[in-house]
Write a protein that binds this ligand. Structure first.
Ligand code: ARG
Length: 558
């Protein structure tokens, strides 16, 4: 709003349209916002910056929002919001009307017959946060859990199961063992390899016995995934599972349409698309393999069918893929090919939300000492245990059940927050000590800020009303930050970077601490007390909503 007013003033004064690049003031005595527009105009206009600033201010109409603007130093224009405007900004709260637009979010995507690993944890946590944020700003969100439940490995798995004992009891662990044995078997026995290949064909063409065995493996895996989802508290439900297998019947037609469009080339028996601009380091063209030489379809064919389905049947305006950064090339190729085929029109944007690798404390990809994938359940247990120890230190007066519940919220919240708080494209080190700490940019720090506010508000004994008095600079800063919640969330929906919301919440909690130090709440009187309580209530709400958007529970006490 202020930016627009400044642009209008610049146009009126100098017939120039320029972005005022409004910045938060560096010191309270400079007001709330500052622009160096006059300094930037000095050269093109050939005038002294202070003279330009004066003319700008002359044309600036902001009486309804600000105190009279002032000119400082070499020609900065300082703006100070009126306190009633600041108060309104807090009291109004945030709400977004529905946009009438759909966004499909492809996330979590574990693989059947394998344990979920930390990469799947990242996808689940980031994907959940983005779904929450997108729906908050008015999108209609459709979650798609693109489970890896299809492909040649299932031929081996089914064949191995038949060779051993098809009635053996299965869980995810024994499935993983079965998978490893089938691999060894496949590599050592050409006869088994042949049977496995025939079995894939049987599976893909719907042979009932094969399908039933495959379905059992899928069910066993999904049951365990669901258990983990429940612990994590994700927004994913079984209805969101639309695995790779769901596109099986579409695959021949995908090939037909691509062929008709002249996009496929035969190469060594496989059907490939060679797209302009995709070359390897040595300059050789990089193909998208749509159908393999054995006639089977792979990961790319499935993803092409999925894009088409999401645009054509789900009417997505945005399609978001929360997948490891290492698949960036795959998605660029899929998007390019889908566009070329006309399945991804310019009215739908497809975005790969990539993320970095989770590292162990040794700086290498996170694995157990023996090199196996770390069990997510074990990891979450450890986090919750740490959180319980943290709560013990604080000598809380809570009883067992309530404490266990809070430890769960704090432990899981800490892991999620650590994942979300750094720029997602970066790798990060999984260090529980730092994640489950009460100080620094951590989940527990924010949860504590929320719990402390809850306690304060309960003590106050009145229902908070509206913010009316904002005298101290810290109060004003807090109000200013609270009013920025909506635009921050909007920015996250735009950039798909949850760490911006984390940064915002951390700054808010830091300002809250400064506010406690200089502005007594419960011991103040009259309107000041009422207004400060309202400010506290608004801060509590933003912390709870913000954490909620990140998928983190905010307990009332800690
Ligand atoms: N299941 C795959 C994996 O674990 C990720 C799938 C990502 N989604 C997609 N539409 N390709 O690596």
């Amino acid at each position: 709003m202020l930016s627009t007013r400044l642009s209008t003033a610049a146009t009126a004064a100098f017939a120039m349209a320029l972005d005022p690049e409004l910045r938060p003031a560096t010191k309270p005595e400079f007001g709330h916002f500052q622009t160096n527009l006059a300094l930037r105009l000095a050269k093109p206009l050939g005038l002294a910056p202070r003279a330009i600033a004066a003319k700008l201010v002359e044309h600036l109409q902001v009486d309804d929002l600000c105190l009279p603007p002032s000119i400082a130093g070499p020609g900065f224009v300082n703006l100070e919001l009126r306190t009633d405007v600041l108060a309104d900004g807090v009291n109004a709260g945030v709400s977004f009307p529905p946009r009438g637009e759909r966004v499909v979010v492809d996330y979590s995507q574990p693989n059947v017959a394998k344990q979920m690993h930390v990469g799947h944890l990242r996808s689940t946590v980031i994907g959940d946060a983005l779904c929450n944020v997108l729906s908050y700003v008015g999108y209609e969100v459709i979650r798609q859990n693109h489970v890896g439940d299809w492909g040649t490995q299932f031929g081996m798995l089914v064949e191995q199961l038949l060779d051993e004992d098809p009635k053996q009891s299965l869980d995810l662990d024994s499935l993983q063992g079965l998978y490893q044995r089938s691999r060894v078997h496949f590599d050592s026995s050409p006869e088994f390899a042949d049977r496995s290949r025939a079995r894939v064909v049987a599976l893909q063409s719907g042979d009932p016995e094969t399908r039933a065995l495959w379905q059992r493996m899928v069910d066993v895996s999904l049951t365990e995934f669901e258990r983990l989802y429940a612990r994590l508290g994700t927004g994913l439900t079984p209805a969101d599972v639309v695995g790779e297998s769901a596109y099986n019947n579409e695959l021949p037609n995908v090939v037909d349409e691509l062929t008709a469009a002249g996009l496929l080339t035969e190469s060594g028996g496989a059907l490939c698309a060679f797209l302009p601009g995709f070359t390897g380091r040595d300059g050789s063209p990089l193909p998208v393999i749509v159908r393999k030489s054995d006639g089977g379809f792979g990961y790319s064919a499935t993803d092409l069918a999925a894009v088409r389905h999401r645009v054509r049947d789900l009417h997505a305006r945005r399609i978001i893929y929360v997948v490891d950064q290492r698949q960036a090339l795959h998605f660029r190729q899929i998007f390019a090919l889908a566009s070329a085929a006309g399945w991804l029109p310019s009215t739908t944007t497809a975005e790969h939300v990539g993320f970095g690798t989770v590292l162990g404390e040794n700086g290498k990809p996170f694995k157990t000492r023996s090199g196996d994938t770390v069990r997510l359940a074990t990891l979450l247990d450890a986090a919750v245990e740490r959180a319980a120890a943290l709560l013990d230190e604080r000598a809380g007066s809570l009883d067992g059940d309530a404490r266990a519940e809070i430890a769960r919220a704090v432990g899981i919240g800490a892991v999620k927050y650590a994942d979300l708080s750094s720029d997602r494209v970066n790798d990060y080190v999984f260090a529980l000590d730092r994640m489950v700490a009460m100080t620094g940019n951590t989940g527990p720090y924010l949860q504590y800020a929320h719990a402390r506010l809850t306690k304060l508000l309960a003590k106050a004994g009145t229902t908070p009303g509206a913010v009316t008095v904002l005298e101290s600079p810290v109060e004003q800063r807090l109000a200013l930050q609270l009013a920025a919640f909506g635009s921050t969330v909007e920015q996250v929906a735009e950039t798909l970077q949850p760490h911006r919301l984390c940064g915002y919440l951390f700054e808010l909690a830091t300002t809250l601490s400064a506010f406690y130090e200089s502005c007594p709440v419960l011991t103040s009187d009259g309107e000041t007390r009422a207004s400060r309580l309202a400010l506290c209530a608004a801060t509590r709400r933003v912390l709870a909503d913000g954490l909620g958007l990140l998928g983190i529970t905010a307990p009332d006490s800690m």
